[in-house]
Design a protein. Structure first.
Length: 138
């Protein structure tokens, strides 16, 4: 069995944003040479997320509004975590959107359903953060 590991780095200029990272993940898969196996992709920061869904701007806007209703940034004083910080909402948003995805690899391709893409979700941006890509298989 082969194993491949790579870190991808992102710096989203806004506090919250969604980046389609499918092209970078597909590039990692090609580099790995693995044709059958599993791909793990996870955010290595507790205020960021990796998730699978549709690449549709209306949906991404809906996510941003929905997350802000469930875990609003303001007022920052509403959160106990925010003593000296202002990112408690980002931790909660990450919890809702998830830490990682696992995708099957079949015949050298990501084995997606219709419209599925992989996204990096940022909830406390304006600094560099990394995503781990780990691929195992043959």
């Amino acid at each position: 069995m082969k194993s491949y590991r790579k870190e991808l780095w992102f710096n989203v200029p806004e506090r919250m944003g969604f980046v389609n990272i499918t092209p970078q993940i597909e590039s990692c898969l090609r580099e790995s040479g693995i044709r059958e196996g599993l791909l793990l992709c996870n955010a290595m920061h507790i205020t960021a997320s990796v998730f699978i869904n549709d690449d549709e701007s209306g949906l991404h806007g809906d996510y941003a509004r929905w997350l802000e209703v469930l875990a609003p940034h303001e007022p920052v004083s509403q959160y106990r975590h925010n003593v000296g910080e202002d990112n408690a909402d980002a931790h909660m948003k990450r919890q809702l959107m998830g830490r990682e995805v696992v995708v099957a690899i079949t015949e050298g391709k990501l084995d997606f359903g219709p419209w599925e893409q992989i996204f990096y979700g940022e909830f406390d941006g304006r600094r560099r953060k990394r995503v781990l890509v780990k691929i195992i298989g043959e």
